[in-house]
Design a protein around this ligand. Structure first.
Ligand SMILES: [Zn+2]
Length: 154
């Protein structure tokens, strides 16, 4: 009886949490795109590397999307084109190393190492499914967005 109850609660809560996760992710993406002026950062910073950059713009998670500790960190996101994103995923032309270099230069070596450690420790983010935590992240991201854009999108 008790088990059934907790299962039902989980089911009911699923939708608002997923919605908040989506909202937070889309804010995260917007802020990264704005910071990077919607340009593939690999193309911007390594114009000499021969890659057929596409016009499709995406935001890459430097340290895997599966790590929810870093999922909504602006410092973990980099605007790239779909070609670079695909090449990174498939380990082609060392695009992954180029992106590590971009993030490390942009965020500083200390922050980069901190993120790498967090990634390697592989701990789960126990707050990822908590409404209060997600709302807090959305607040933080909205504040960053307002600060960055001067509220022009409000
Ligand atoms: Zn590119």
């Amino acid at each position: 009886m008790k088990k059934l109850k907790s299962k039902q609660v989980k089911k009911i809560n699923k939708t608002p949490q997923k919605k908040l996760q989506k909202k937070a992710e889309s804010l995260w993406k917007e802020v990264c795109l704005f910071r990077d002026k919607r340009k593939c950062q690999v193309k911007q910073m390594f114009p000499g590397v021969k890659i057929p950059h596409s016009n499709v713009i995406q935001v890459d998670h430097c340290f895997s999307r599966s790590n929810k500790n870093l999922f909504l960190q602006i410092s973990n996101g980099t605007t790239v084109c779909s070609t670079c994103n695909m090449m990174k995923k498939n380990g082609l032309k060392g695009v992954d190393l180029l992106i590590y270099e971009i993030v490390s230069r942009r965020e500083g070596v200390d922050r980069f190492m901190e993120m790498r450690e967090l990634h390697q420790s592989g701990g789960a983010n126990i707050s990822w499914n908590k409404v209060w935590w997600l709302e807090e992240q959305i607040d933080i991201l909205e504040t960053i967005k307002r600060g960055m854009t001067g509220g022009i999108y409000e």
